[in-house]
Design a protein around this ligand. Structure first.
Ligand SMILES: Cc1ncc(COP(=O)(O)O)c(C=O)c1O
Length: 379
C-alpha cells in the first residue's frame, strides 16, 4: 500500500451531511450555499459573452477588464490600489486561491499558525506541502483571538498566519484592535498573512469589514482571498480572486499557471461588466442581516442557545440544554429523525473538540427558514 500524503483526511463533512440530508429528505442548512436564485442579468451577460465567442483561454492572471474593475473596487472600499497587471489574479474560487497561495509560499517544515475552529481546506493544504500546522483555539463564547497566545507560538520557523474574517463557522469578525495586534506581532518578521475574506460583504449591524488592506504594514505581507460565488449567489461557478504585493503575487502565479492556468473566460467578461455597477454587491450586508434577523426571530423560544454572530451566512446554535450526544451523532440524529441538517462544529477543530454546537446556514428562501425554524423550535 502506498503511504497517504494526508492519512488523517477523509471525505469532507459537507459532502457527508449533504448526502445524508438528501437521502433522508431533510432540510439542508448544513452546507454553505445560497438557496435562492442569482441575478438573471448576470446569467444573461455570461450567455451573451458566450454567444459573442468569448470561449477560449483567458490570459493566465485573468482578463484585464475584470482586474481593472477589482482594482477600482478595492481602492474605493479600502483606499489602497493594487496594480491590476501585477497584483491581482483571478482564480477558480477562493479554495484554489488559498491552496495555490499556501503551495507557493509554504516550504518544507515551515510552521503555519491557524485558528480553530477553521474552515477545513487550510490544514490539508499546509500539510500536503510539508508544512506544520500550529493551532490556536479561538476563545469562546465570542470566538476571539488571544494574541498573547499567538505571540508565544511564533518562532523563526513561522512562515504564515492564516486569518479568516468574517469567520466560518462562528460568524465572528476581527476588530480594529485585532488588526493592530496582528500588525504588531508580525512587525520585523518575514511572516506572510494569508487573509481569507470571502465573506467581506456579509457583515452586520453597521460593522466595517476589517480587511488587511486597511493596514499598510499588513498589505506588504498579505495575500487576500475572495470569492465571487459568495458575493453573487453563484458558489457553483467556483470563481474567485486574490490580491497581494508584487513579490508575493509573482510566486503565486508560478504555481497558478501550472495549477489551473486560467479561469472561465465568459464568466470573467460578464463579471467585469456586472461589477461596474457597485449596487450589485453593496446591498448584501442588509440583505443577509434581514435573513439572520428573521432566522433568529423564528427560532426564539427554542431550547437551542444562540451564539451571537456579526458576519457570514452561518448561525451557531448550542444544544447543551437538549442532548449530551456527541455533535456528530446529534447532527445525524437531527437529520434522520427531525429532518433538519446542520454541521457539527467539532469537524472544524484539529482534535475534534466538541462544544455541543451546530452550524446552520441561513442563506435560504424565507419559506425554507420558516420550515426549518418550526422544526428547531420543537427539538
Ligand atoms: C471561509 C471560506 N473560505 C473559502 C471558501 C471557498 O470559497 P469558494 O467556494 O469560492 O472556493 C469558503 C466556502 O465555503 C469559506 O467558507
Amino acid at each position: 500500500m502506498m503511504d497517504s500524503k494526508l492519512p488523517g483526511t477523509s471525505t469532507t463533512i459537507f459532502t457527508v451531511m449533504s448526502k445524508l440530508a438528501a437521502e433522508c429528505g431533510s432540510i439542508n442548512l448544513g452546507q454553505g450555499f445560497p438557496g435562492f436564485k442569482m441575478d438573471d442579468h448576470l446569467i444573461d451577460l455570461v450567455a451573451d459573452f458566450m454567444r459573442k465567442g468569448f470561449n477560449q483561454y483567458a490570459p493566465m492572471p485573468g482578463i484585464a477588464p475584470l482586474r481593472n474593475v477589482l482594482s477600482d473596487k478595492i481602492f474605493s472600499q479600502y483606499g489602497h490600489r493594487y496594480h491590476p497587471e501585477t497584483e491581482i489574479t483571478i482564480t477558480a474560487g477562493g479554495t484554489q486561491a488559498l491552496f495555490t497561495a499556501i503551495t507557493a509560499l509554504v516550504h518544507q517544515d515551515d510552521e503555519v499558525i491557524l485558528f480553530s475552529p477553521a474552515y477545513d481546506c487550510y490544514a490539508p493544504a499546509v500539510e500536503v506541502n510539508g508544512g506544520k500546522c500550529v493551532w490556536v483555539e479561538l476563545q469562546r463564547p465570542d470566538y476571539r483571538v488571544n494574541w498573547d497566545h499567538v505571540r508565544k507560538l511564533m518562532n523563526h520557523k513561522t512562515r504564515m498566519i492564516i486569518i479568516n474574517t468574517p469567520h466560518n463557522p462562528s460568524g465572528s469578525v476581527f476588530h480594529h484592535d485585532d488588526m493592530k495586534e496582528l500588525e504588531k506581532i508580525t512587525r520585523g518578521t518575514d511572516i506572510i498573512v494569508l487573509s481569507d475574506e470571502v465573506y467581506e460583504h456579509i457583515v452586520f449591524d453597521g460593522i466595517d469589514h476589517q480587511s488587511v488592506v486597511r493596514y499598510q504594514e499588513l498589505i506588504d505581507r498579505s495575500m487576500v482571498v475572495y470569492s465571487f460565488g459568495k458575493t453573487f449567489h453563484a458558489t457553483g461557478w467556483k470563481m474567485g480572486y486574490v490580491w497581494g504585493p508584487e513579490h508575493l503575487m509573482k510566486e503565486f502565479r508560478k504555481v497558478h499557471q501550472y495549477n489551473v492556468f486560467s479561469c472561465n473566460t465568459p464568466v470573467q467578461y460578464a463579471l467585469a461588466e456586472y461589477m461596474n455597477d457597485s449596487s450589485t454587491y453593496t446591498g448584501l450586508p442588509l440583505f443577509y442581516q434581514k435573513k439572520r434577523d428573521l432566522f433568529l426571530r423564528l427560532i426564539s423560544g427554542s431550547r437551542f442557545t444562540v451564539v451571537p454572530a456579526s458576519g457570514t451566512y452561518f448561525q451557531l446554535l448550542g444544544y447543551e440544554n437538549i442532548s449530551s450526544l456527541k455533535d456528530t451523532d446529534f447532527a445525524i440524529e437531527l437529520t434522520k429523525d427531525k429532518k433538519i441538517t446542520g454541521i457539527p462544529c467539532s469537524v472544524f477543530y484539529p482534535d475534534h473538540t466538541d462544544h455541543k454546537v451546530l452550524r446552520f446556514c441561513f442563506a435560504k428562501e424565507d419559506d425554507e427558514l420558516v420550515k426549518a425554524a418550526e422544526i428547531l423550535k420543537n427539538v
